[in-house]
Design a protein around this ligand. Structure first.
Ligand SMILES: *[C@@H]1O[C@H](CO)[C@@H](O)[C@H](O)[C@H]1NC(C)=O
Ligand SMILES: *[C@@H]1O[C@H](CO)[C@@H](O)[C@H](O)[C@H]1NC(C)=O
Ligand SMILES: *[C@@H]1O[C@H](CO)[C@@H](O)[C@H](O)[C@H]1NC(C)=O
Ligand SMILES: *[C@@H]1O[C@H](CO)[C@@H](O)[C@H](O)[C@H]1NC(C)=O
Length: 391
């Protein structure tokens, strides 16, 4: 454990040094790498890319390295059961061997591209809104939103339910068109103060180097933040689920809704660790240990579901979700379905009363609806929009 902490500390220090002189060059963008930068990048690559036990391929031909998880004491068998029926994404030779997890090899190009990642959504985003009678009013001069625009649902305030130990949804998957530094995502977000955990899907060429729709996780604590396992933090325990998994074979199109993905972030009452659960049987994929968090050592105070896009200042706003405004139709729209939160005791309860919020109603919409299918009623947060090509 001590060894792991030291390792984390060293990585953090190197990242700090790297950030310092990368931000020095940030304004000039893709400037040629200086020799010093090059050495630092190589060093960081060595730290991130530990030796692989095996290299495996997905059905669509992507390569992943099988590596031992960061925390040596994690034993595969102690989390979830391997009998969970998850659709396999691996080609015939199978996924990673037991005790290792699939991790995309990080290249120098990845690191260089990721230097252009925008800062995360500000933690005080929601303070900019006043909630009254189910309506959201914008406070003061809020524009320009730091480049982020959202179409999200938050639970209606309930004085008897102010501590959340989790949040979940089922969501369908689209591939909104983004260019350059734009990105477009759908997510669950849980927060207390400046601690934020997110899971969802996104199209983000700056992060991934392609335009695929991919799974993502993000954590933010104070000034520190990162995606997937690009920095130490999230402990990945499932051998069959890469955290940046591409959903290319499972995208929905208007009129053709295919696979949904179930996502849940859940606080383990015993340990205080926040687990990521995925798939129809809520398989435990990994967790954010409580000791890397500050305010989320306890419960979450805010939860939201829906779409978020980013456009660099002055540039067009990309499409969100299905790329059309929602009609309230589950064969057409992008949605977050069966939205739920967990209470202090860890019980999951459906959310039937929400407040909808969108920053730019000319570009993105959001609707909440209950639809009856057979004898069941499901809640839907429909979201999305075309964006704006000439801001
Ligand atoms: C994607 O869709 C295919 C075909 O419908 C299905 O067999 C597979 O299980 C799905 N994959 C995921 C990751 O849901
Ligand atoms: C909160 O709980 C109290 C006591 O159980 C109850 O009287 C009150 O109606 C509840 N308030 C809401 C908004 O549900
Ligand atoms: C993403 O799509 C845009 C528009 O088709 C294209 O210009 C860009 O090169 C693509 N990016 C990547 C990394 O494939
Ligand atoms: C949120 O964090 C603050 C600061 O750590 C803590 O005092 C508070 O109890 C937390 N809220 C909940 C609901 O746990």
């Amino acid at each position: 454990m001590i060894e792991v902490r030291m390792h984390q500390k060293i990585v953090q220090q190197i990242l700090l040094v790297l950030c310092l002189f990368l931000s020095y060059n940030g304004v000039q963008g893709r400037k040629k790498l200086s020799e010093l930068e090059d050495i630092e990048l190589e060093k960081r690559l060595k730290l991130l890319n530990k030796p692989a036990v095996k290299t495996v391929k997905t059905k669509s031909g992507e390569s992943y390295d099988c590596m031992k998880p960061t925390f040596a004491e994690i034993k595969q068998n102690s989390y979830g059961s391997t009998t969970n029926r998850l659709p396999t994404i691996w080609s015939k030779d199978g996924g990673c061997p037991s005790g290792t997890v699939p991790i995309k090899r990080i290249t120098k190009d990845d690191l260089i591209r990721q230097r252009n990642m925008p800062p995360p959504e500000p933690a005080n985003f929601d303070d900019e809104f006043v909630v009254s009678n189910n309506n959201i009013e914008q406070k003061g001069s809020y524009y320009p939103f730091y480049g982020y625009k959202r179409a999200i649902a938050i639970p209606q305030y309930d004085p008897n339910f102010t501590k959340f130990s989790g949040a979940g949804m089922a969501t369908n998957l689209f591939n909104p068109h983004v260019e350059g530094q734009q990105h477009s995502a759908c997510r669950i977000k849980i927060q207390n103060g400046s601690d934020i955990l997110q899971v969802g899907w996104r199209v983000d060429p700056t992060l991934y180097g392609d335009n695929n729709t991919r799974l993502y996780l993000h954590y933010q604590t104070g000034e520190k933040h990162c995606f997937n396992t690009l920095c130490p933090g999230f402990v990945h325990v499932r051998t069959d689920i890469p955290l940046d998994m591409s959903f290319e074979d499972n995208l929905s199109h208007r009129g053709v809704i295919t696979t949904e993905v179930d996502l849940y972030i859940y606080r383990d009452t015993g340990t205080g660790n926040w687990w990521l659960l995925l798939g129809p049987e809520y398989t435990q994929v990994g967790f954010w240990p409580h000791n890397i968090l500050n305010e989320l050592k306890g419960f979450a105070t805010n939860v939201d579901w829906g779409g978020v896009i980013y456009n660099p200042p002055g540039l067009p706003e990309p499409p969100m979700g299905s790329s059309f405004f929602p009609f309230g139709n589950n064969r057409l729209d992008a949605y977050c379905r069966n939205i739920a939160v967990s209470n202090e005791d860890g019980d999951s309860v459906g959310v039937y009363s929400i407040v909808a919020l969108t920053e730019n109603k000319f570009a993105y919409g959001i609707q909440f609806k209950e639809l009856t299918e057979g004898s069941n009623t499901f809640t839907y947060v429909f979201y999305g929009g075309p964006g704006i090509s000439n801001p």
